[in-house]
Design a protein around this ligand. Structure first.
Ligand SMILES: NC(=O)c1ccc[n+]([C@@H]2O[C@H](COP(=O)([O-])OP(=O)(O)OC[C@H]3O[C@@H](n4cnc5c(N)ncnc54)[C@H](O)[C@@H]3O)[C@@H](O)[C@H]2O)c1
Length: 339
């Protein structure tokens, strides 16, 4: 049994609590929020685990084996480092951190202490992305030629006002790419074996925010393919996130609605069972499947029990952030940026 503490009792925290409740080898024993009433209400809703207002106190609780970091993105690094030093295993929300320096420090501390740390990229564990990854790895479609990710969300002005860290460089670390698009950027980079270089343009088109609400990038992937990434939070109405992968022997197109095309040259087009994504973006940031975090919690508890690396290690978790930071740098300098 892995005993969890949740740090940060905001929008995403219930997804962690529900997954812990559902997993047979996990229990929620402590919660923490700087706002005491929020922690208390959250605790009451999820079986009355112990309440803390200071995360360091939760980290010194010997009943806690692992922590879920659900605080604003720019706080993740410090909390992960403190958790690792306290010998706690970690499940960290995306993005793992928002600067290269802090990503480096987290990885160094986690590897030094040997705690297990996983990053929340729940889409990697959903049926369609797993099917695509396996088909590409088996070479069923041959060499990938070009591959695109279209990540067109909508977020209202009210969303941006709903917490004062949102859309700030200091704590959100960016906008349409760093907060929303990071999931899709992680997926396309995972499919392609990583990103080699980017040429990006990021702008703030409609929202009264300091970070970007639209960005595009031409991308060279590590597997030799090229492609386009587009991210936005001003596409109204929001579109299903969509991935188009063109290979020597055919094409895969899939979106939040399911697999749209699975076509191999010379073969009848396969009609695959349609499994909707657990992360339909819509215009609503909470439109995530209620149990979308369950496979991630199960993967982390299993990695602790079997002493193996979790599916999305810190070194994997940083890749999408590195790509996004390179797109921002390219947009500022007007030059291609190599990762
Ligand atoms: N995986 C996903 O699909 C997904 C979806 C939404 C958000 N997220 C990520 O989850 C994180 C949190 O986002 P959110 O929307 O839940 O934010 P939120 O503002 O709703 O919640 C954050 C909570 O952290 C608390 N907090 C702030 N500082 C703290 C501290 N020092 N100690 C303890 N608690 C503290 C706040 O009081 C707040 O309750 C972000 O990194 C975000 O990117 C992930």
């Amino acid at each position: 049994m892995v005993r969890f503490g949740i740090i940060g009792c905001g929008v995403i925290a219930p997804y962690h609590a529900r997954a812990i409740e559902k997993a047979s080898d996990a229990a929620l024993v402590a919660v923490c929020d700087i706002i005491k009433d929020k922690a208390a209400a959250f605790s009451q809703k999820f079986g009355n685990p112990r309440i803390y207002q200071n995360y360091k106190k939760l980290l010194s609780d010997s009943d806690v084996d692992a922590v879920c970091i659900c605080t604003p993105s720019g706080m993740h690094g410090k909390m992960c480092i403190d958790a690792a030093k306290a010998g706690k295993h970690i499940l960290c929300e995306k993005p793992m951190e928002i600067t290269k320096a802090k990503l480096d420090k987290v990885i160094a501390e986690v590897e030094k202490t040997g705690v297990k740390m996983a990053c929340v990229f729940q889409r990697r564990m959903q049926a369609n992305p797993m099917r695509v990854k396996a088909a590409l790895e088996r070479g069923e479609f041959g060499k990938v030629l070009f591959a695109d990710a279209y990540l067109k969300y909508y977020r209202s002005p009210e969303y941006y006002k709903s917490a004062d860290w949102r859309a700030t460089w200091e704590l959100d670390g960016g906008g349409a790419l760093m907060n929303q698009g990071v999931h899709g950027i992680d997926l396309i980079s995972w499919f392609m074996g990583g990103v080699d270089s980017v040429f990006g343009i990021a702008r703030t088109q409609t929202h009264d925010i300091e970070v970007e609400d639209v960005a595009v990038a031409a991308v060279k992937y590590k597997n030799g393919a090229i492609g386009v990434i587009e991210g936005s939070t001003c596409a109204y109405p929001a579109q299903d996130t969509r991935f188009e992968i063109h290979c020597e022997k055919g094409t895969i197109v899939f979106s939040d609605a399911g697999i749209i095309q699975w076509a191999r040259m010379g073969e009848p087009e396969e009609k695959l069972a349609q499994e909707k994504s657990e992360c339909a973006p819509g215009n609503d940031p909470t439109a995530i499947g209620a149990l979308s975090h369950l496979p991630i919690i199960r993967d982390l508890t299993d990695s602790i029990e079997r002493d193996r690396p979790p599916a999305v290690t810190p070194r994997e978790g940083r890749k999408a952030v590195d790509t996004i930071l390179a797109i921002y740098k390219s947009s500022q300098t007007g030059k291609e940026v190599k990762l």
